[in-house]
Design a protein around this ligand. Sequence first.
Ligand code: ATP
Ligand code: MG
Length: 565
Amino acid sequence: MNEKELRTPGTNFIKTIIDTHNRTGRFDGRVHTRFPPEPNGHLHIGHAKSICLNFGIAEDYHGLCNLRFDDTNPVKEEQEYIDGIIRDVRWLGFDWGDRLYYASDYFETMYRFAVDLIRRGNAFVCDLTAEEVREHRGTLTQPGRESPFRNRSVDENLDLFHRMRAGEFPDGSRTLRAKIDMSAGNLNLRDPVMYRITRATHPRTGDSWCIYPMYDWAHGLEDSIERITHSICTLEFEDHRPLYDWFLDALETYKPQQIEFARLNVTYTVMSKRRLLTLVNEGFVSGWDDPRMPTISGLRRRGYSPESIRIFCDRIGVAKANSTVDYAMLEHCVREHLNLTAARVMVVLDPIKVILTNYPEHQTEMMDADNNPEDASMGKRQIPFSRELLIERSDFMEEPPKKWFRLAPGMEVRLKHGYYITCTDVVRDTAGTITEIHCHYDPESRGGWTRDGRKVRGTLHWVSAAHAIRAEIRLYDHLFALDDPMAVPEGKTFRDFITPQSLTVISNALAEPCLADSAPETRFQFLRHGYFCTDPDSSPGHPVFNRTVGLKDSWAKIQRGADEQ
Ligand code: ATP
Ligand code: MG
């Protein structure tokens, strides 16, 4: 099974709209979308949904998708974020060809469009302060009041706007506003601000501008300039669509169709860049790419494959109503993909020594092991086996309960890829703690099979004491103890619901020697422990692994339960 088969492509309401446009010829059969991040933070899994949707639709219709930075607010935007976003979108597997654009490249064009709007009598320079503009705005039940500067002449507006740009006025002292309708039911249409004066150095245009366009004014123009056909955005912009249309209609210029869909929310995590930045700044995580973060770089470091994220985005679908997706479903998708692609290896997290008393001293055998039973093309490797082994402490019990299938005095188990062994004895230290388990091995059971066909219920993972390498293992829990960290009770903040210990470090795990120099981002299944990924903190001979996800699939369980009902 490959990624295509794991995905469940189907139709959705956006495709229905596009199909209608293609039938009526509204865009001459063209489909051209864009992903328009603001570089004020790194991308998160919610953005992945938008990326998969925009690039996916372009692909499905043999159209195009642009990557465009909506860099109109220099106060919060940084080059580091621009670089990170480019890296993340590429890693997710999408290609924008030569269509990487920046809203800031259109500043001059936008300025000329604004002059045009003034000439048409549809915009004016307003001297009210931000506070006064708010006061004049009215409420949902009360109409707003017109600005006393609303009826300035075209010439006066042109002159003042020119001087705003030239830097003659202090920050915040004037704005350019659209002249629409102060009594409109939709507050967005009550003479919205188009430009503000802000002396801020822009990552790309430096200090060449001291006026910057507002989102609603800029965004439609960006789409129009790029001849976008379908401008897909999240639901909170539904009320902005009349303004989007108004600007482009007033300018009598090319107008795309804005379409809104529900944003992705996932349980146990926060999704806004502002909140994620708080987690970084207040030291709750080690950075934007901390494996506990729902960012693309965090998921990547955690061990998620790009395929697994694309499968997830495909499965959740697109809807018109907001909802929250269970984190377990994201985990289910990564498990499903890694099951097909990750090599199986053996790592002992909490070791206890096993001595095979009838095994020749100083002998080492190399045992054959399939790298992935699901995929023979992943080949085999050899694992050293010797007299002294290490197994998981929890795989042995001196006085086991009934139905214990692992190791106990007198019991026989299979060592994966090894031999059958039977426990004969234990050795204790002076405090009474077991330090060694003595076993007999059956020389006839090489590879984990017996000649007489006798069966055992338990199969244990192990490493050879003389050959094992030390590994650091990082286990993670949800960062938040609350399934909706945004729905916090009065008087509390999301900080009050941070899990006290969401990171557990095991510094003395013992691993098969083949893991010594595994490259960062290599993904494995550690038998019986889950899926893991090599962390960039690894150094030669000292690998560090992050647990991506355990093996127990709580989502599959939820699904089975739902099916049975
Ligand atoms: P945030 O609120 O997390 O800061 P944003 O919407 O301000 O995100 P932008 O950089 O403006 O971030 O978003 C780029 C695109 O990604 C937009 O089209 C936006 O609608 C979309 N997007 C952002 N968050 C989500 C989400 N949770 N689900 C789906 N799409 C999203
Ligand atoms: Mg935004």
